[in-house]
Design a protein. Structure first.
Length: 252
């Protein structure tokens, strides 16, 4: 019982898709909490290859610093039939990616993140975990309304009332763009973590792992690839600028 209480007070459940953002969030949680579990969701996504990346990424994370002793159980939730029943989008069918009349990309899956957080909270409730960590971001994103900070705060209130628990929803990437997310990975796990994210994670909406770029694998043209590539380029430019500035400083 004492062990369960300790896990609940200093433990976290991370929403982990197998992509760059969620892998960074797992590392962020491992750097802070003694016990970290992960949860993934199969919802009929077109880029289901991301799910096959989860185990190699978890194995890689376990080999960094002291994180192996902190990384706990992994959970997988099958939501494919449920989300398919309420309609298809470009993220769940072979549809060309485009903007809709509402001004949202048709990769938006209505209710997806709300369902993810609900399922995660149910698992956290059962596992005695208080913190739920997710990679939603309002700074550098595709415009999804369920990624906004206000949405996450409202979900925390609803989940706490509905489950009579004191969950804390943590979104460490909410106010970071993709360049800052790469920088965070470097700060958390050094070059080992950056290389793991480059080589093992998957973000491409089309599920393409046949093309390798400086920033990792993907088609290179979908919104997810463009965000990831742009962030990588900005971060590398910032690092080069910092290195050049340090080299030009006079030695005393």
């Amino acid at each position: 019982m004492a062990e369960d209480r300790e896990r609940g007070q200093d433990g976290a459940l991370v929403l982990f898709s197998g992509g760059q953002d969620s892998a960074t969030c797992v590392a962020w949680a491992l750097g802070r909490y003694r016990h970290v579990e992960t949860v993934g969701f199969a919802y009929g996504q077109r880029h289901a290859i991301e799910l096959t990346c989860r185990s190699p990424v978890r194995a890689g994370l376990a080999g960094i610093a002291r994180w192996g002793d902190r990384l706990g159980e992994d959970h997988m939730v099958d939501m494919a039939s449920g989300l398919a029943a309420v309609g298809t989008t470009a993220l769940t069918s072979e549809t060309a990616i485009a903007m809709t009349e509402e001004g949202l990309p048709n990769t938006f899956v209505p209710g997806r993140n709300l369902l993810f957080l609900t399922y995660a909270a149910a698992i956290a409730w059962r596992r005695g975990l208080r913190r739920i960590v997710a990679g939603m971001c309002e700074t550098d994103y595709s415009g999804y309304p369920d990624c906004r900070d206000d949405t996450i705060k409202a979900m925390q209130v609803a989940l706490n009332l509905g489950m009579q628990r004191r969950f804390v929803l943590e979104t460490p990437l909410m106010w970071r763009d993709k360049a800052a997310t790469w920088a965070l990975a470097q700060a958390l796990g050094g070059s080992a973590l950056v290389e793991l994210i480059r080589e093992a994670t998957h973000s491409c909406y089309l599920g393409d792992r046949t093309q390798r770029h400086d920033w990792g694998y993907g088609c290179g043209t979908c919104p997810a690839c463009e965000l990831r590539a742009g962030g990588w380029q900005r971060w590398r430019a910032q690092r080069s600028g910092n290195d050049a500035a340090e080299a030009s400083e006079p030695h005393t």
